[in-house]
Ligand binder design. Structure first.
Ligand code: F6R
Length: 369
């Protein structure tokens, strides 16, 4: 059942190109238009939404953080992302024109379920992004956009995360389409790139051997830090979460711009710091800023592990280890930059003798609040 892999997690990491392609299947027309008729929310509701609130937990929350960048940039609808466990306890402002997106792989997470019930009681419409057919969260939502990752067995979420991102991108683009947002060249390029992103994920998977070797060499470390900016920031959080749950190491993700506001004090000789570098093409200001962050931490002794797109030469002098990912439109980069972090955490956990598929103290679906 593990299809020749030692762990379900390895199998599920390898299945990502297919999971991504399956989630896209039939949803982008030949003319580049999005087809999400299966989402039963009437277009009128989508047209009138004046606020989007995303609720989720753990890895699904990180997908939500990335979705916010895409939704706001492509649709100009204000979007908040909140941990489902915090949501209803702070008396959030919700109304008829609020669209709530609940993201959940299992569809059974109690925190997310309670948050969505609260949202519906307040009159908001809820759309679930879910991987499990007929589970509770989609059943209790007004509409559902299924991810097609297939069953995810390993406790640590991998392929479900990538497909949650794909579903959120599709949804954001669809919202733009329904609302008549002017589709410039940027959006057309994004749709084209999204349609073939599974191949790019495959290319990343083909180059993971050095990442595994690097992970093994860090097995006796206590701490790994992760830095990112823009959509690379949630990717950094996700890389840190994977390392915590699988390798049982102290791992923290930071927005690179926050470094100078505190975390830089943590940098010491030989501390591994993973940096997710934004594309030098899109928001090049951010790229330049993060390159100076890498210089700063390296000057203080950090061992820099840099994830940067192919052709980005500016990072080369400051990278102790360089992990290349294919160039993609900025907002789509998490689909490729998360993959090395999954492989990294999985290999480090194995090197430390941990049970990868069943990490201690964790369950695949968390049905208590
Ligand atoms: C992390 C992980 C958890 C889940 C979280 C939400 O690898 O698996 O953080 O992402 O418990 O679960 P779902 O998506 O089933 O609601």
């Amino acid at each position: 059942e593990k299809g020749g892999y030692d762990y379900f997690m390895l199998k599920e990491i390898a299945e990502q190109p297919k999971a991504v392609a399956d989630t896209l299947l039939g949803r982008i027309g030949a003319d580049g238009h999005l087809r999400l008729d299966e989402v039963r929310i009437p277009d009128a509701v989508l047209r009138e939404a004046d606020k989007i609130v995303i609720i989720a937990c753990g890895t699904a929350f990180h997908a939500g953080l990335i979705a916010k960048y895409a939704i706001e940039h492509w649709t100009r609808i204000p979007c908040e992302v909140e941990l489902a466990s915090e949501f209803r306890y702070r008396d959030p402002i919700l109304g008829q024109r609020t669209l709530v997106i609940a993201i959940s792989q299992s569809g059974e997470t109690m925190d997310t379920l309670m948050a969505l019930r609260h949202a519906r009681e307040q009159g908001a419409k809820v759309l679930a992004v879910c991987n499990t057919n007929g589970s509770t969260i989609p059943r209790e939502s007004d509409a559902v956009l299924y991810t097609h990752a297939g069953p995810e067995v390993a406790v640590a979420s991998t392929k479900a995360f990538l497909t949650q991102l794909v579903a959120c991108y599709l949804l954001a683009l669809y919202l733009g389409q329904v609302r008549g947002t002017k589709w410039g060249d940027e959006i057309h390029a994004v749709v084209r790139e999204l349609a073939r992103i599974g191949d790019e994920v495959e290319r990343v998977l083909d180059t993971m051997e050095p990442v595994r070797a690097l992970a093994r060499s860090l097995a006796d470390k206590d701490t790994v830090l992760f830095l990112g900016r823009h959509v690379g920031y949630p990717v950094a959080l996700e890389g840190a979460l994977k390392l915590k749950e699988l390798a049982y190491m102290h791992a923290e993700g930071f927005a690179a711009g926050e470094l100078k506001h505190g975390p830089i004090a943590l940098i010491e000789e030989d501390l591994p710091v993973v940096v997710v570098v934004p594309s030098p093409r899109g928001r090049s200001v951010l790229h330049d800023k993060i390159v100076s962050n890498i210089q700063e931490i390296r000057a203080r002794g950090a061992r820099t592990i840099v994830i940067a797109e192919e052709g980005d030469e500016a990072v080369v002098p400051y990278a102790d280890h360089l992990i290349r990912v294919p160039a993609t439109p900025t907002l789509l980069q998490p689909l490729v930059s998360t993959v090395p972090l999954q492989v990294f955490a999985c290999e480090l956990a194995t090197a430390r003798g941990n049970e990868v598929d069943q990490p201690r103290n964790l369950a695949k679906s968390v049905t208590v609040e």
